[in-house]
Ligand binder design. Structure first.
Ligand code: FAD
Length: 400
């Protein structure tokens, strides 16, 4: 087990950190206040090679290892959850799923432009009546000659107005429940597609989230991902990758809370001394530090399993569950450390608290991960290797 980052990984961290400090930090309070998502950020991330971090170079990506993707997510979320969420859905949920399940033709057509950042991908599983309970989806895809006719709608879809390609899930055979769900690649420009952003969100206000609608969309049969009936398996495999990026982002969120709280604890004085010298304030700061270190270790362990091409659903679920819970608690405590000032947007910590809530809900709620971990412990749940694992990372670790 190697706990050191390579020189290249440290350089990558510096690059993303500088990008966040220059391109996101000066604007984020205003973007958050007015609810503005700036899609040009995606273009600038692409210029830095950050839209296909661990996609192999032969498919237009940067060919870095999975923990390099974690570093990118961590540093982006130190700036704001919206931009890490964008990378999570584009790379974690969509591109890596195409890499894992796509035909060569699908990879060339969709994955390559996505990994280069020329096109943006998103992921549509949730529906108004189906979140945790995936089998309750209502969308249908009915075979009609060379096409499927797709009908239905999806809600809470990140990048709903921005993405070019959507990985969506619909029933091809409702009788078969989970085994009747299939996955499709759908293009925004196709007739019958529409989207609408959701207003009034608690957090991730500088992100783009909303509904997508399918009205008799003709989806060519070549755009079926995997086999008919493999959609549920594909959706869950995608979450193994998405959850990893969410967990890594939460590490960045905890770091942001800790940095802001330490700074403020040195500046603010009560009863004749900096508040950092009061033990109850120290306890909150110590808890943030513990959360940061424990979450980092869980994330990098999952990353190493991914590098080795080993099934990691259990470890990734644990990392996502714990890191997001720690981030939510750290953000709550960060406001407490700031007192009333933390309650206003003069300081960033109130945004951290609002942003930290969605990751406890999406990609498996806190309760779903709790149940999963209990089931692993009790022996009710056992994972077999998937028939299609992501390829083990083939690079030389020292040369990430
Ligand atoms: C900002 C944001 C972005 C999102 N982006 C996307 C996206 O890009 N693509 C996408 O497909 N979805 C996305 N989602 C949706 C997200 O994945 C779902 O909200 C999530 O899966 C939970 O589903 P739900 O909201 O329907 O809650 P429900 O499943 O209805 O759950 C409601 C409550 O009941 C609890 N619960 C449910 N079942 C059980 C059980 N068996 N035991 C105990 N408790 C249970 C849950 O934990 C929760 O507390 C996003 C959500 C948000 C907030």
């Amino acid at each position: 087990m190697d706990f050191n980052f390579s020189e290249e990984q440290n350089m990558l961290r510096d690059t993303v950190r500088n990008f966040v400090d220059k391109e996101i930090m000066p604007h984020i309070a205003e973007w958050d206040r007015v609810g503005k998502f700036d899609p040009s950020i995606m273009k600038r991330l692409a210029d830095l090679g950050l839209m296909g971090v661990c996609i192999p170079e032969e498919y237009g990506g940067s060919g870095m290892d999975y923990n390099s993707l974690a570093i990118v997510c961590e540093e982006l979320e130190r700036g704001d959850t919206a931009f890490r969420t964008a990378v999570s859905v584009h790379t974690g949920l969509n591109s890596m799923t195409l890499l894992q399940w796509g035909t060569e033709e699908q990879k060339q057509k969709y994955l390559v432009p996505q990994a280069k950042g020329e096109k943006v991908g998103a992921y549509g599983l949730t529906e108004p009546g189906a979140g945790s309970d995936v089998a309750s989806i209502q969308s249908t895809a009915v075979k009609d000659g060379d096409h499927y006719i797709l009908n239905g709608s999806k809600s809470w879809i990140s990048l709903c107005d921005t993405a070019d390609h959507f990985l969506v899930f619909a029933y091809t055979d409702k009788e078969k429940r989970h085994k009747g769900i299939s996955a499709f690649i759908v293009e925004r420009d196709w007739k019958g597609f529409d989207s609408k952003a959701t207003k009034g969100k608690l957090g991730i206000r500088s992100g783009n989230t909303g509904e997508i609608f399918f009205d008799h969309i003709k989806v060519p049969k070549e755009n079926l991902l995997g086999e008919e009936g493999e959609g549920f398996k594909i959706a869950m495999a995608a979450l193994d990758n998405g959850r990893f990026t969410v967990a890594a982002g939460a590490v960045g969120q905890i770091r942001a809370c800790l940095e802001a709280s330490v700074k403020y604890a040195h500046e603010r004085e009560t009863f004749g001394k900096p508040i950092g010298q009061h033990q109850l304030v120290q306890r909150m700061i110590a808890n943030m530090k513990a959360g940061l270190e424990m979450s980092s270790l869980l994330v990098y362990r999952a990353g190493e399993l991914k590098n080795a091409g080993t099934r990691n659903t259990e470890e990734t679920s644990m990392a996502k569950w714990q890191a997001c819970d720690f981030a939510n608690k750290a953000a709550d405590d960060a406001i407490q450390v700031h007192g009333a000032y933390g309650y206003s947007d003069e300081y960033p910590v109130e945004r951290y608290l609002r942003n930290s809530k969605a990751p406890v809900i999406y990609e498996g709620t806190r309760e779903i991960h709790t149940i999963m971990q209990a089931e692993y412990a009790l022996g009710y749940r056992k994972d077999k290797p998937l028939n299609k694992m992501l390829p083990a990372w083939e690079g030389d670790r020292a040369k990430v």
